[in-house]
Design a protein around this ligand. Structure first.
Ligand SMILES: Nc1ncnc2c1ncn2[C@@H]1O[C@H](COP(=O)(O)OP(=O)(O)OP(=O)(O)O)[C@@H](O)[C@H]1O
Ligand SMILES: [Mg+2]
Length: 253
């Protein structure tokens, strides 16, 4: 990879993560390029959240390294990784319930070192993009669940990241809410020139949204490539997609 192209990539190099006797990630290699959507999928406990935690500095890797835009970020504390251009959302919603929606989003922008003015502008853009302007002045505690999930994404976007990692953003949403979220998320990587990694168990959403997929099982990569290829890999079908995908019910091409 040339130095110039390295600037467009988040690269996970042979990352292994052990928890007392359990290998949660085993020599995982993944690249995420600006402008693309990569789906990270696999059964419960396969290591998806752990990979996001290791990339974002919530957990140190046992071995291996991570570079963002050509810069080694391995082992940095999370706030430095956020400032290096990597934002994430959590599998369970984490908002400040005593702050308004607007304040929740602005605080995220301030946390990566933006001035008050820049933070306000970044927050406004993210609010528009997620279609939650009508909630700006309401306390986060009054939000319906589906809108909480949107606020989470808006918080991450207000940090104006180069790479956005979304851990099950559609979890708990009904079909219509998932569909709306998909429409909102799909254009973001191109519009903002950022790389988006999305973890979700909703194969209908994943197959339509993602340019590429990466599949984990017991911390190991068992498939990677374009969605149409990956859904035909026998190990992926056996470990995760099951008969539904073979029959094309939950995983349309
Ligand atoms: N902090 C931790 N300490 C010990 N074990 C952990 C820790 N975090 C995760 N694990 C274990 O590591 C494995 C991978 O967990 P992880 O949460 O990454 O899975 P996941 O793919 O995100 O699953 P899900 O789809 O259910 O969210 C599991 O066996 C889990 O119990
Ligand atoms: Mg998880």
């Amino acid at each position: 990879m040339t130095e110039r192209s390295a600037r467009d990539w988040l690269v996970v190099q042979d990352v292994t993560k052990d928890f007392k006797g359990l290998r949660a990630l085993d020599a995982v290699r993944v690249g995420l390029e600006r402008g693309e959507i990569l789906g990270l999928i696999g059964p419960n406990g396969s290591g998806k959240t752990t990979l996001i935690n290791v990339i974002t500095g919530v957990l140190p890797p046992t071995s291996g390294g991570i570079t963002a835009c050509g810069r080694d970020i391995t082992g940095l504390p999370s706030f430095k990784i956020a400032r290096a251009g990597i934002a994430r959302t959590f599998q369970t919603v984490r908002l400040f319930r005593d702050l308004t929606v607007g304040e929740n989003i602005e605080v995220a922008a301030l946390s990566v070192g933006k001035s008050r003015r820049a933070a306000r502008r970044a927050a406004e853009e993210a609010i528009d993009e997620l279609g939650i302007a009508h909630w700006t002045d309401e306390f986060a505690s009054v939000l319906p669940y589906g809108d909480e999930r949107r606020v989470e994404v808006a918080r991450a976007l207000a940090m104006t990241p180069d790479f956005l990692l979304l851990d099950e953003p559609a979890a708990g949403l009904n079909e219509q809410e998932s569909e709306d979220l998909l429409r909102i998320l799909a254009p973001i990587p191109t519009r903002r020139n950022l790389g988006m990694l999305i973890v979700d168990h909703d194969m209908h959403l994943i197959m339509r949204l993602c340019d590429r997929l990466h599949v984990l099982n017991y911390g190991r990569t068992i498939g990677a490539g374009e969605p149409a290829e990956v859904r035909r890999i026998p190990a992926v079908i056996e470990a995760y997609l099951g008969s539904a995908a073979e029959e094309g019910r939950d995983a349309p091409a």
